[in-house]
Each structure stands twice: as C-alpha cells, then as structure tokens.
Design a protein around this ligand. Structure first.
Ligand code: KG4
Ligand code: ZN
Length: 333
C-alpha cells in the first residue's frame, strides 16, 4: 500500500502545503505573504493572521493538484520549529485537527532538517554521508548528514545568518524585503570591485556581523562624499557584497570537506537560490573533485515538499507525534 503524506509548513511568512506519495512529490503549493515588504521585515502578528487566511485554500489546492482526496492520506505532517511561534501554531493546529478528524497519524518535522532533506525530493540524491551547507534567513550551518534522520552540525554562525547579511545589506541600500533575491539580480549587472573584509573566525563557524558593519561604514563614507553614491554604484556594491558572502561560505565548506574527507557536497535553504552561490559551488566542486548537489529553486526557499520528505523518513521509522505535540520557536537539530 502507498504511503501518502500531506505536509504543512508555516514557520515564517510562507504558507505551504505538499503531497508526497512513496517519496515522490505530487504537489507543492506556496502562498507567499507580500505584505511584509512594506515593513522591511516579517511582522509576526501579520504573518500568523495571513497563515490563517491562506491555510485552507493552500491545503485544498495541494490536494487537488496531487489528485488526492483527504481520505487517501496516510498521515499529516507539520513544521514543529524553529520559527515564529504564532505562525507555527497555525500549521500545527491545522495538521493536528486534520489528523484527528481523519483518524490518521501525525508527524512533526524540524524545519532545518527538512531544508537538508529537500535534496531527497528529486533525483539526483546525494549519497550518504554528505555535507550540507544550509543557508537561510535565520540559520547558517554546515551539517554532516550521516543518515536521513541523523545529522551533526559541524559549524554554525556566531551572530547573523547569511540570509540576514543579504537582507540587512538590502535595508542599508534602501531595497525591499527580502533583499536577497534583489541583490542577486542587481549583482548580475555589476562587478565585485569593492573589497569587503573577510571575518577571522576559527574552525567551521561563521560570522557576518563584522561584514555588516564594514558595509554600513562603506556606504556612510560613500554618501558623505557623494549623496548619490548608492544609486551610482548599486550593481557593483551588490556584486561585491554577494561575492564576499559567497567566498566566506565556500571557504568554510572547503575546510569541512577537508576535515571530514566527505566529497558529496550539497547546499540548501533560501540563500541556496543565490546565483553566485550556485555557480560558486559548481566551480569549487570541479576544482575539488566533489559531487555537488544544488536543489531546484522551489526546494531552496521555504516549501512543504521538504517537510513531507522528512516526514516520510519519520513515517518509515515509526516516529509519530501525539495530539499533545506543540510547536516551539527554538529547537536543537
Ligand atoms: O529558507 P528561507 O526561505 O526561509 C527561512 O527559513 O529563513 O530563507 C529566506 C532567506 C532570506 O534571507 C532571503 O533574502 C534569502 O533566503 N534568499 C536569497 C535569495 N533568495 C532567497 N538570498 C540571496 N539570493 C537569493 N537569490
Ligand atoms: Zn527555511
């Protein structure tokens, strides 16, 4: 008999649902919340209200796109955390109510583990063990994936996340939120002519707050001598910031590969949609003789297919959740 899982992801500002049959993605629906753009960041209370409005149509569309009735489902999965608690509660409550009313099992999923396992949503899949650089709005991690549900964090950020570095730079440049994709686009028409310093953090940990300060000083000094400085140099500033963020990430990934001897190398999370990071990894992979894995765009940013894939491995392992399951804002992997 088939295992058909409906998964719900609502940890931040995207309401997402997906249906997975025996490990194959049948549908993957995301409703993005555009209203945060005007606030320059995600407003938690606004996000949870929008999740409440979106969740029924999003789940309905995911089932219809998959050609699956809710009575065909084997289990319902949801994101337990980490994330915004009000947003998580919407997805968790919906999933629990649905599992209870259908009399089927419930599965809870760690959002960052799911970003890593997005690689198993389609072929080619990395061979185990592999290294995954997971870069999102809230996290920057180098993860050693020993098995689907057995991961070890080898390095993490000691301050800002890589996505935050993009978003905060964008704010300083007067760009909309989230600025990552906008900087990516602008960078493609510029040159990395400005040299931002590389942080000196030992081992496999990351730091982006020093970079943020140097970008702020650079912009303030530029504006002092020319009020039009940003407008005059925007593509080059974006290309330079992006090049530095990518070089910081690649340096640590290379070190992790050297230290572990692992040559199966993947990237995941929202920032892995970045064109500079994608080409940077492909290039380094050729130099280092790695097998590299870069997810399709829809599996990079927040999505429910990755939650469904993770839930599928938990289902096979018999790791079900009870009706007392509750989301948490912060959680260890
Ligand atoms: O994984 P994700 O969708 O949500 C979180 O779990 O945080 O990641 C969102 C982050 C944001 O910081 C956004 O600016 C960044 O991913 N991002 C990008 C790109 N697309 C999304 N950063 C750089 N270049 C992109 N193309
Ligand atoms: Zn995410």
């Amino acid at each position: 008999m088939s295992i058909i899982i409906l998964a719900i992801e609502s940890s931040c500002d995207d309401t997402a649902a997906a249906v997975l049959q025996d490990g194959a993605v049948l549908s993957n629906v995301v409703a993005s919340q555009d209203m945060h753009r005007i606030y320059g960041g995600v407003v938690p209370e606004v996000a949870s209200r929008a999740h409440q409005e979106n969740i029924v149509p999003v789940v309905d569309l995911a089932l219809r796109n998959a050609g699956v009735s809710k009575h065909d489902l084997s289990a319902v999965a949801f994101t337990k955390g980490p994330g915004l608690i009000g947003s998580l509660i919407v997805g968790a409550s919906f999933a629990k109510a649905m599992a209870l009313s259908l009399g089927i099992p419930l599965l809870e999923v760690h959002h960052m583990q799911a970003h890593v396992l997005a690689h198993f949503a389609e072929d080619p899949k990395p061979a185990l063990p592999f290294l995954c650089l997971t870069v999102s709005g809230g996290h920057t991690q180098i993860v050693l994936v020993k098995n689907h549900l057995d991961m070890e964090i080898l390095g993490t950020t000691i301050d800002d996340a890589a996505g935050e570095a993009f978003d905060k730079t964008g704010k300083m440049l007067g760009l909309d939120y989230p600025a990552g994709p906008i900087i990516d686009k602008l960078a493609q028409t510029g040159q990395p002519v400005f040299n931002f310093p590389e942080p000196q953090v030992p081992g496999l940990n990351f730091s982006f707050s020093g970079l943020k300060t140097s970008i702020r000083n650079f912009i303030q000094n530029g504006i002092k001598s020319d009020p039009d400085f940003i407008a005059q140099h925007l593509p080059d500033i974006c290309a330079s910031v992006q090049a530095r963020i990518v070089s910081i990430l690649m340096k640590k990934l290379r070190l992790a590969a050297q230290q572990t001897g692992v040559r199966e190398i993947a990237i995941a999370g929202g920032v892995s949609a970045n064109s500079g990071l994608r080409s940077g990894l492909a290039l380094l992979g050729e130099q280092e003789d790695w097998n590299t894995y870069i997810p399709r765009f829809e599996f990079c940013t927040d999505n429910a297919a990755m939650i469904a894939v993770t839930a599928y491995y938990k289902f096979l392992n018999g790791e079900f959740a009870g009706q007392d399951a509750a989301p948490v804002a912060r959680m260890e992997m």
